[in-house]
Ligand binder design. Structure first.
Ligand code: PLP
Length: 390
C-alpha cells in the first residue's frame, strides 16, 4: 500500500533535501550562506523576517527546522555548542528547582550541572537511572527536569526512555534526552515521551569533525518560543557558517550512520573475543544488559562503544601507542575513527570518586567507529591489543 502523501517527506528525504532550492534570488540548489550580522528594515517600524543575527539567521533557521522535523518536534534552537544547548535548558531554572541527571553522563554535562548548582542557580542530583528504585526515590524529591542520556557516555548504559519519561511526567518533571550518541536516524526521544531533545551537533549530525555546535528541539511550540527568547537574551546562537556546514553534513546522516554502525558491530564482535579485552560495552551485543531495550527503542545500535583492557593503565598506554586507524582524540561521530581514554580525557573533570561511582575505570577506552574499511579497523585494533602486554 502506498503511504498518503501528507506523511511525506520521510526522514531520509529531509536530510538529503531540506532547504534545497529555498533560494528565492537565483534558485540556487544548495542553500546560500547568509553571513550578514544584520538585516535591513523594509521601512519605519517594518522589520523583515530577520532583523539581527543573534535573534535569527536563515542558515540557523533551516538547520533548526530540519532537526525539528527529524526529531518530530515543534521547533529547534541552534546553539554554539552542545554545552550551550544544555545550558539553554538548565539556565532557565530557579534556585529551588531540582535537576535529576544520570550519574554516568558526559563529563561536561556533569561539570555544567555542578557549576550551576555551586552558584545556587538550581540544585542537582545524580542518580543511576538504570536502577529503578534509585530513580523512583529521586523522583520523590519532585525534580523540575529529568535529564536522560541513553546510551550513556562512555559506558553505553541504556535506559527505557518511555518508562522513565512516564514516571518523570507523573512526578511533574519535564524530560530532556541527550540524543547525541544516536541521532534521530536511530532514536527519536519525543516519540518516547520526551519534552526536549538535546544535541551536540558537533558529533553525528555534522559528522565531519569540523564544527562545534548544538541544538535543543522542543515538542511544544510554546517552549520553542521560550527557548528562542532565551537564546537571544543570553546570545547562545550558533554561527551561520557552522549551521551551513552542519546542514551539509546532515545530508548524509543516514548512510553514514548505517555504515558506521555496521563497522561498530564488527569491531565489538572482534573485541569481545580478544583475550586482551576484559569487557566490551556495546548495546548491539547480546551480552550487553541493555540489549533488549536498545533493540526495542532504537533503530540500530549506533557506532559508539567502549571496552576495558586487562592490565590497567600500562596496557592502556601500550595500546594507545600501537593502535592504528583510531586517532587519540576527544569527540565522536565523525567519519574518521577516534579512540579516547575517558579517565584522562572526556571525563577527567568528573574526579576519581564520581568516576568510580559511575563505573568508569582507568582501563576503559571509548571508540567512535568511523567509515574506514572494516578490515583496516580490525587490523588497527589488533596492532594495539598485541602491544598491550608490553
Ligand atoms: N552531550 C554529549 C553526550 C557529548 O558527548 C558531548 C560532547 O562530547 C556534549 C553533549 C557536549 O557537546 P559540545 O562539545 O558540542 O559542547
Amino acid at each position: 500500500m502506498t503511504e498518503p502523501i501528507d506523511s511525506l517527506p520521510r526522514p531520509q528525504t529531509i536530510t538529503a533535501a531540506y532547504g534545497v532550492v529555498s533560494d528565492t534570488a537565483f534558485g540556487a540548489v544548495a542553500p546560500p550562506l547568509y553571513l550578514s550580522s544584520t538585516f535591513e528594515f523594509a521601512g519605519y517600524d517594518e522589520p523583515r523576517i530577520y532583523d539581527y543575527g543573534r535573534a535569527g539567521n536563515p542558515n540557523r533557521e533551516l538547520l533548526g527546522d530540519a532537526l525539528a522535523k527529524l526529531e518530530g518536534g515543534a521547533g529547534a534552537v541552534v546553539t554554539s555548542s552542545g554545552m550551550s544547548a544544555l545550558d539553554l535548558l538548565v539556565g532557565r531554572h530557579r534556585p529551588d528547582d531540582l535537576i535529576l541527571a544520570p550519574h554516568d553522563c558526559y563529563g561536561g554535562t556533569m561539570r555544567l550541572l555542578k557549576a550551576r548548582a555551586d552558584l545556587g542557580h538550581c540544585s542537582v542530583r545524580f542518580v543511576d537511572q538504570s536502577n529503578k528504585g534509585a530513580f523512583e526515590a529521586a523522583l520523590e524529591e519532585v525534580p523540575a527536569l529529568v535529564l536522560i542520556e541513553s546510551p550513556s557516555n562512555p559506558l553505553m548504559r541504556v535506559v527505557d526512555i518511555a518508562d522513565l519519561a512516564r514516571e518523570a511526567r507523573a512526578a511533574g518533571a519535564a524530560i530532556a534526552v541527550d540524543n547525541t550518541f544516536l541521532s534521530p536516524a536511530i532514536q527519536r526521544p519525543i516519540e518516547l515521551g520526551a519534552d526536549y531533545v538535546i544535541h551536540s551537533t558537533t558529533k553525528y549530525l555534522n559528522g565531519h569533525s569540523d564544527v562545534i555546535g548544538g541544538a535543543v528541539v522542543a515538542a511544544d511550540p510554546a517552549q520553542v518560543e521560550q527557548l528562542r527568547y532565551w537564546a537571544n537574551v543570553v546570545g547562545s546562537a550558533g554561527a551561520p557558517f557552522d549551521a551551513w556546514l552542519t546542514l551539509r553534513g546532515l545530508r548524509t546522516l543516514f548512510p553514514r550512520m548505517e555504515q558506521q554502525q555496521i563497522n561498530a558491530m564488527i569491531v565489538a564482535n572482534f573485541l569481545e573475543k580478544h583475550p586482551a579485552v576484559a569487557k566490551v560495552h556495546y548495546p548491539g551485543l547480546a551480552s550487553h544488559p541493555g540489549h533488549a531495550i536498545a533493540s526495542r527503542q532504537q533503530r540500530g545500535f549506533g557506532a559508539m562503544l567502549s571496552f576495558e583492557l586487562h592490565g590497567g593503565v600500562p596496557a592502556v598506554r601500550h595500546f594507545i601507542s600501537a593502535v592504528q586507524f583510531f586517532t587519540l582524540a576527544e569527540s565522536l561521530g565523525g567519519v574518521e575513527s577516534l579512540v579516547a581514554h575517558p579517565a584522562t580525557m572526556t571525563h577527567a573533570d568528573m574526579g576519581e570518586e564520581a568516576r568510580a561511582t559511575a563505573g568508569i575505570s582507568d582501563s576503559l577506552l571509548r571508540l567512535s567507529v568511523g567509515l574506514e574499511a572494516e578490515q583496516d579497523l580490525v587490523a588497527g585494533l589488533e596492532a594495539g591489543l598485541a602491544a598491550c602486554s608490553g
